[in-house]
Structure formats: structure tokens, C-alpha cells
Design a binder for this molecule. Structure first.
Ligand code: ADP
Ligand code: MG
Length: 557
């Protein structure tokens, strides 16, 4: 440390490039400081550093190592503790996440100890090094922050314990869904609405969730004991209710129930089976070789939809594609909201059937496939639909949101369906299967903008830059962290390195994440990665306009 301090004093007043002298490893009293990357100038992306605190110095209680979820939560907590301790310094940054506790690379537990990966804006005035300031920052402030974030002596162990328990419980609740025949669970007392579209914290004064007695279930978790709440069963569940009564808010919380949330988020007891995918309309997106024939057939002039590609999908085409892509990536549950659906994909009522003959309508609406999806493919659907009663006939459960609280109206909806028989005819003619994976020509993936120069970036959760292409991810609603988007770009770059054609891309991604892991994904030590699901990796790949997918069915048939 003394040597580093001496160098920083020596380069004070020199050109910014001289900061390169601090690259390497330095021994501090409580940790090893590793300077991996020094920014080229004060305006470039900040420098990347690590600190490794030995296990002996960290002295973390055994309670954080008794299960994988606890360990993940402990690492997450340490990253947040670093961020809190560094809050006074604009120069220091760590990728500690927001409302979710994801597997991420900001803090790792290694053989050597607790490794923290963070960024530092090395101080300068214009391009001149401010060496004294840098010495204060790295040799005085930083050690204090590291002690605060990564030693039992200084951490708030009670809060850290709570963090770990809450995460462990969510994992347990999610794991308990299947044997109870549930696809999702919303705990009593949960706070679902968010403050605003740009503020993901819980809305103050929100009405706490309360399950109706007829749909209440109990799940067991190791720390919180028995949790009671609404159980969403396998099969077809309809959420109805007047506008503004909280339907979409409930569905959004369930969408994000595939992730664990931090204590105080309000959604700590909202869990969803891990393969659930929100599907929606997204006109304008690209579609590659997807078999849309169960939903769209008999296009004008006999164009085939078994192997359908377009640069400019319509609302219904994009939603049918999203569904097929989700099933291809092994989704067992699909989530649909009328707010983000194409009407002609969802419904086609009796009057329209009478006016426009079956032969003249390429679309088989979802309402005529949803039962097959359940019975022939084994996929559950949770659907928000306040605008049409045509789904009453097929729903297993109907929940009405009324002033933000759910009511079980299944029996009433059944009676109405019996009494108000619609004259609409079912339009599904063929059987339904899970679509086979399309193979991917890896040569189509071009992460480089020029030889040897990759461009892989995230702009928030909405945009991924991959080589020369910019991918719009706004409709991929189950992405919660820009660091997931960065990880996806790296996964696609790894995929691009494969010489062969990949016959089952979702399986390849799953295995690669299993074998390589998030940490090894980066081409150099990187603290800004968070784990995406396979579904979101595939969603990004499916939206990459240059992706070379090859359908499993032969063209023209
Ligand atoms: P819907 O989909 O039924 O039209 P939304 O879910 O969009 O309704 O909710 C309408 C508004 O009500 C939103 O601004 C939302 O934040 C708010 N809201 C939803 N649930 C609650 C709740 N439990 N307590 C307070 N406000 C809520
Ligand atoms: Mg809505």
C-alpha cells in the first residue's frame, strides 16, 4: 500500500497516461487490491479494480454458507453495503442491483476470500493526474469502505441475515409450487404496485394483497414458516375486472416472481415457476423461421407460415411468434395481458365469424388454442382479460380484481357462460405440439465492428448493442437489470465463436451457463454482469435482425 501511495504522489501533476503505473496487485493491511484496467483518460469509462478480503479478515458467520440462496444473498448484501458505504464518493461505483437479488459478479466468494469488483474514476484535472487525491481515495477512503462492506466486524449482520433468509424463503416457496399444482403464489400482505414507471420501489400507501378464502393456499419456507396467499393453479386462469382495478399490476408482479426480491420490496412472497414467460404483441420486430401455422394459416396467395420470417411483424404475428419462441425455450406457463396483446390474436367473436368466413381469416385466435395448450402441450396460461367474456368457457379459474383485491368469481363466470351461450364456433382444426427448436447458423452472429474489436453493450434494460446492430428489448418485460443485458451480449458473443451450427440454441445456452458460469463469461474480470434466464437470452437472439435461424420444416410445404 505504501508503494502504491508513493507512486500516486510521484505521478501527481503528470499526464493521465501515467496512471498506468498502478496496474497490478497491491497488498493492503486488510485486503489485496487488484487494478485490472486503467482508464485511458478522465472521460473514458472508469477504471476497473478488485479487492480480495481474506476469509480470515472477513470472518463471516457460517449461517451465510448453509445454502446456495443464502450465499448468493450474502454476496448481494455485501455489494449493497459497499455501495452504501461509498455513497459519499462519486468516484466509486459497484453494480449492486435494485429490487431483485440476482446471481451477479459484483461480489464473489472465492478460495482466496471475498472478492469485490468495482469501478473507480481516477481523479484528474483535465488530463492532469491529481495524485494526492487519488492517494486519499485509494489508500484511505477505499480501505474504510472495504472494511465496512466485507468484514463481520463492521457489517450489519442482523440485516444481512434477514436479506439471506428472505431470499432463501423465496427460493423455497418457488420450489414448493410444483408439488401443490401451482404456477404462481401471491402472499397475503404483498405490496404489488410500484411508485412509478421509472421507480421500482413499492408504492406508498398501497392496499396490501389478500387472497380470497376459496383460492387461499399455504406454503412452507424455512425461515418465515407458513406463508398463506393466493395460489394460481396449473391450467387456465383468467384475471378479469374493471379498468384501474389492479389487474395488470398483479400480472406484472407475477411476471417478476421468477426473481427473488430484496426485503422491503413488497413482493418477497410473490413467486412464479421459473419458466414462466410473458408474451405480448410487438409490431415491427423481426421474426426468423418460426412455425406460426397453429395460429396463422392460409395467408393471401398461399404464403406458408410453417417457417415464417419477416423484418416487420404485425401485432398478431409478433404475438404468435413470442408464444412459439417461449414454447421452444421450454416455457411451462405463459402470461398474457390484454393491454399488450393484439385483439385479433386474442379473440374473434360470433358476429365477426359470421361476417368474415373462416377461409378468409388466417388467424386462429388464442381462445381456440388455449385448451389444447393446456391438454396437449401441458402449458398453463394466466391471462388478464377485462374486455371479453369469450374466455369464460375455457377458464379453470376466474379471478376478479376489485379495488385492488382479488375475488373468486369462477362459479359466477361459469353460470354466465352457461346462460349466455355464444354462437361462436371453435376454429382450431389441427392438433397442437410444442414447436421444435430452430437451429442457428452461428456465422450469422457478428459481435465485431472491425477485426478484433467487439462491441457489446447494454443501454439500460431496453437496448442491447451487438456488433453493428442495436436490438430493441423494450418488449422483453422480464429483464430487470441492464447487467443481464450485458451478460446476454456476451453469451451471444460466445455463441458466435462456435464453428458449427447449433441445433438447439436454448439447450446450448442453458448448458453453457451451467458449465461456464457468469464469471467466466466475460473476456476480462467484470463486475457488471447479472444472470439472465435462458428465455431472455433467446428473446434477445430472436430479435437480432441478422440472426440466421433455420426452421425444422421444409419451405413451401
Ligand atoms: P388495470 O390493469 O386493472 O386497468 P392497473 O393494474 O394498471 O389496473 O392499476 C391501475 C392503477 O392502480 C395503477 O396506477 C396502480 O399503481 C394502482 N394500483 C394497483 N394495485 C394497487 C394497490 N394494491 N394499491 C394501490 N394502488 C394500486
Ligand atoms: Mg391493465
Amino acid at each position: 500500500m505504501k508503494e502504491l501511495a508513493r507512486i500516486l504522489e510521484r505521478i501527481d501533476g503528470r499526464g493521465y497516461k501515467a496512471y498506468r503505473d498502478i496496474r497490478g496487485t497491491w497488498s493492503f493491511p486488510d485486503f489485496e487490491l487488484i487494478v485490472d484496467h486503467v482508464q485511458a483518460d478522465p472521460f473514458a469509462a472508469p477504471s476497473r479494480l478488485r479487492a480480495v478480503v481474506s476469509w480470515n479478515t472477513a470472518s463471516l458467520p457460517d449461517a451465510f454458507f448453509s445454502s446456495a440462496p443464502r450465499t448468493r444473498a450474502a454476496r448481494d448484501y455485501i455489494a449493497r453495503a459497499f455501495r452504501a458505504a461509498a455513497a459519499g464518493s462519486k468516484a466509486l461505483g459497484i453494480d449492486a442491483g435494485a429490487q431483485t437479488v440476482l446471481e451477479r459478479t459484483a461480489v464473489l466468494f472465492t478460495d482466496a476470500g471475498v472478492e469485490l469488483r468495482y469501478t473507480v474514476h481516477l481523479p484528474g484535472r483535465g488530463r492532469t493526474i491529481l495524485g494526492h487525491q487519488a492517494r486519499t481515495l485509494l489508500c484511505e477512503q477505499l480501505p474504510e469502505i472495504i472494511r465496512e462492506a466485507a468484514t463481520a466486524e463492521r457489517l450489519d449482520l442482523a440485516a444481512m441475515q434477514r436479506h439471506a433468509e428472505v431470499v432463501e424463503d423465496q427460493v423455497a416457496l418457488r420450489a414448493a409450487l410444483d408439488e401443490q399444482g401451482l404456477v404462481a403464489f401471491v402472499g397475503d400482505g404483498a405490496l404489488l404496485p410500484r411508485r412509478s414507471g421509472v421507480d421500482d420501489r413499492p408504492l406508498e400507501g398501497a392496499i396490501p394483497f389478500q387472497a380470497p378464502d376459496t383460492l387461499r393456499v399455504e406454503l412452507e419456507a424455512p425461515n418465515g414458516g407458513r406463508y398463506s396467499g393466493l395460489g394460481i393453479r396449473n391450467g387456465i386462469t383468467l384475471i378479469v375486472g374493471g379498468g384501474f382495478h389492479g389487474k395488470s399490476t398483479l400480472l406484472s408482479a407475477i411476471e417478476l416472481g421468477v426473481y427473488d426480491h430484496v426485503p422491503g420490496d413488497g413482493r418477497e412472497a410473490v413467486v412464479t415457476e421459473p419458466s414462466a414467460v410473458k408474451i405480448r404483441a410487438e409490431d415491427g420486430r423481426a421474426v426468423h423461421a418460426v412455425d406460426l401455422s397453429p395460429y396463422i394459416n392460409n395467408l393471401p396467395y398461399g404464403k406458408s407460415t410453417k417457417d415464417f420470417s419477416t423484418e416487420l411483424a404485425s401485432g398478431s404475428t409478433s404475438q404468435a411468434s413470442a408464444l412459439q419462441e417461449a414454447l421452444e425455450a421450454d416455457a411451462r406457463t405463459v402470461l398474457v395481458d390484454e393491454d399488450t396483446s393484439a385483439t385479433n390474436f386474442m379473440i374473434r367473436d360470433e358476429r365477426m365469424q359470421t361476417l368474415v368466413a373462416r377461409e378468409q381469416e388466417p388467424i386462429t385466435p388464442f381462445v381456440d388454442r388455449i385448451r389444447q395448450l393446456r391438454d396437449e402441450v401441458g402449458v398453463s396460461t394466466l391471462l388478464v382479460m377485462g374486455g371479453s367474456g369469450d374466455y369464460f368457457d375455457c377458464a379453470d379459474t376466474v379471478i376478479q380484481m376489485q379495488e385492488y383485491l382479488p375475488r373468486d368469481v369462477t362459479e359466477t363466470a361459469r353460470r354466465i357462460a352457461r346462460e349466455h351461450v355464444t354462437g361462436r364456433r371453435e376454429e382450431a382444426e389441427s392438433s397442437l405440439q410444442r414447436p421444435a427448436p430452430r437451429s442457428l447458423d452461428t456465422a450469422s452472429l457478428q459481435p465485431e465492428v472491425k477485426p478484433g474489436k467487439r462491441k457489446l453493450q447494454a443501454r439500460g434494460c431496453d437496448t442491447m448493442v451487438f456488433g453493428r446492430e442495436t436490438v430493441d428489448l423494450r418488449a422483453v418485460e422480464q429483464l430487470v437489470d441492464s447487467s443481464q443485458v450485458r451478460a446476454i451480449a456476451l453469451i451471444l458473443a460466445r455463441l458466435a465463436q462456435r464453428p458449427e451450427t447449433i441445433s438447439n440454441p436454448p439447450e446450448w445456452v442453458a448448458e453453457m451457463l451451467e458449465e461456464t458460469g457468469l464469471v467466466e463469461l466475460a473476456f476480462r474480470p467484470d463486475g457488471d454482469l447479472a444472470l439472465p434466464r435462458v428465455a431472455e437470452v433467446m428473446a434477445a437472439l430472436n430479435r437480432l435482425r441478422t440472426a440466421g435461424f433455420v426452421g425444422k420444416v421444409t419451405r413451401g410445404k
